[in-house]
Design a protein around this ligand. Structure first.
Ligand code: BG6
Length: 489
């Protein structure tokens, strides 16, 4: 068998994209609750306060909060070994800086983890998946403030102590490298709104968020420190914890053999992937960090030289490298066509097909990526914690969904992982597909873009009764897991 015994097969979700119940049982608002719905043409808008009668996808999402038993039973039926989910920080500390945690919020995740256990599923918990309490955004400006480091660490510690016998695998921040993109600080609470927005209550489109590179890079540095402190505390609470980083891996190819393309590609690849990876796995900024920051508009890089922080980063290196992989892009210095992508637009690759959202499908690129990562971080286990195909599904009158396109996509990616493990000797410990159950799209806020093995009757116009049904891919993935990745027909 190619995949090792105990390989963590499963699926991955994020609290704000599936839980709903956005103000139930004492939960506070999170930044995701302020995001309106959009679509591939219309960007989502951040609103400084909730507007009556407007659709905010996270408010009800797919109502996992009230359906978790049924949903986890379906994951159990598919044979999941692992369920990646996130804890909503604002359920635990509604304002982020409350004196005591919200017991009801803590209880909810107790129930979820107990349910996982009942079905033999290992939880993998992201502490912050594109989410931060809204009060931290308005009061502190998110991670731009160093005070937020300690607020996060306290929240993480609360979770570690509470769930230390229920959860072994943890991730600190989802796709932490998205903070490198202009406007990408939004999810750590930076640049989402400004004082005027708050005063005038003006919504701001996500593609027009305020971007100050100095603040954004420093906020990312603060996240690195928060993550490292969290790793240190986590290991002290339970030495068996495995705590990882999570990166949106952006694999890039030079479009032409022009050496200028190759150099530009290498540079961008390093910046987007290894800037964060090196700090969190090796415990120090890479050699190109300062020139990259300066070229991005950062004037003062002295935050990278803070001696106390440097020590923390060294001590708090992660136990595993996890990443999302959906697509690849090209890089060129010549004229080219652009295509969409997970967070990043990119140059079109003439050899690849793309999804209706422009994400280029590249299973072989996953094998390449795994090899690159295994060479750069040879002592760190790897895990693919997001991969999948967002598509428009058609539900037949009998409730079935024939999603061969999804099966084909996943089969090809699993084959690529298999080759990486079997032939290239890559240390890969697990694979969780994105959105095993249909959920709200992070990028567009749509339900129309579906990833699931399980169909959820919920639509963008607010219709649907939240009922769940099995797609063809449900039965296919079940067989795949049962055979430890051998039976992919
Ligand atoms: C990743 C995120 O970027 O991609 C998920 O971690 C997100 O939260 C996923 O849902 C797929 O993106 P989208 O925009 O299709 O939901």
């Amino acid at each position: 068998m190619a995949f090792p015994k105990g390989f963590l097969w499963g699926g991955a979700v994020a609290a704000n994209q599936l839980e709903g119940a956005y103000l139930e049982d004492g939960k506070g608002l999170s930044c995701a609750d302020m995001l309106k719905g959009g679509n591939v043409k219309t960007p989502r808008m951040f609103s400084p306060e909730i507007e009556e009668g407007v659709y905010y996808p996270s408010h009800q999402a797919i109502d996992f909060y009230h359906h978790y038993k049924e949903d986890i039973a379906l994951f159990g039926e598919m044979g999941f070994k692992c369920f990646r989910l996130s804890i909503n920080w604002a359920r635990i500390y509604p304002n982020g800086d409350d004196a005591v945690p919200n017991e009801k919020g803590l209880e909810f995740y107790d129930h979820v983890f107990d349910e996982c256990k009942k079905h033999g599923i290992e939880p993998l918990v992201t502490l912050s998946h594109y989410e931060i309490p809204w009060a931290i955004v308005t009061k502190y400006g998110g991670f731009a403030s160093r005070e937020v480091i300690d607020l996060f660490v306290r929240y993480a510690e609360t979770c570690f102590r509470r769930y230390k016998n229920k959860v072994k695998y943890w991730l600190t921040f989802n796709e932490i490298n998205c903070a490198l993109m202009p406007g990408g600080g939004a999810y750590n609470g930076v640049g989402t709104v400004c004082k005027e927005d708050l005063e005038n209550k003006t919504p701001r489109p996500v593609d027009k968020l305020i971007d100050d590179p100095q603040t954004r890079f420093e906020a990312l540095h603060n996240e690195f420190v928060a993550s490292a402190k969290t790793v240190i505390i986590g290991h002290a609470i339970n030495p068996d914890f495995k705590i990882g980083l999570m990166i949106a891996h952006l694999t890039l190819y030079p479009l032409t053999p022009d050496p200028k393309d190759l150099l530009t590609c290498q540079k961008q690849y390093n910046e987007m992937n290894n800037y964060c990876g090196d700090v969190m796995v090796r415990g120090e900024y890479p050699r190109f960090a300062k020139s990259f920051a300066k070229a991005s508009g950062v004037k003062d890089t002295s935050f990278m030289d803070n001696e106390e922080d440097k020590e923390i980063l060294k001590k708090g290196v992660v136990d595993m490298y996890t990443f999302s992989y959906y697509m690849t892009n090209c890089v060129t210095t010549h004229e080219s066509d652009l295509t969409g992508g997970n967070l990043f637009m990119g140059v079109k690759n003439p050899y690849l097909e793309a999804s209706p959202w422009g994400w280029q499908i590249d299973p072989l690129g996953l094998r390449y990526t795994l090899n690159e990562l295994a060479d750069r971080y040879p002592d760190t286990p790897l895990m693919v914690v997001e991969n999948g195909l967002g598509m428009i599904d058609k539900r037949e009158a009998d409730g079935s969904v024939h999603d061969d396109y999804r099966i084909n996509y996943l089969r090809d990616h699993i084959k690529a992982m298999k080759a990486a493990v079997e032939e290239d000797n890559v240390n890969l410990i697990g694979y969780t597909t994105w959105g095993p159950i249909d959920l709200v799209s992070a990028g567009t806020g749509e339900m129309y873009k579906r990833y699931g093995f399980i169909y959820v009757d919920r639509n963008d116009d607010g219709t649907g009764d939240f009922s769940r049904s099995r797609k063809d891919s449900f039965f296919w993935y079940k067989k795949c897991i049962e055979s430890n990745g051998e039976d992919l027909d």
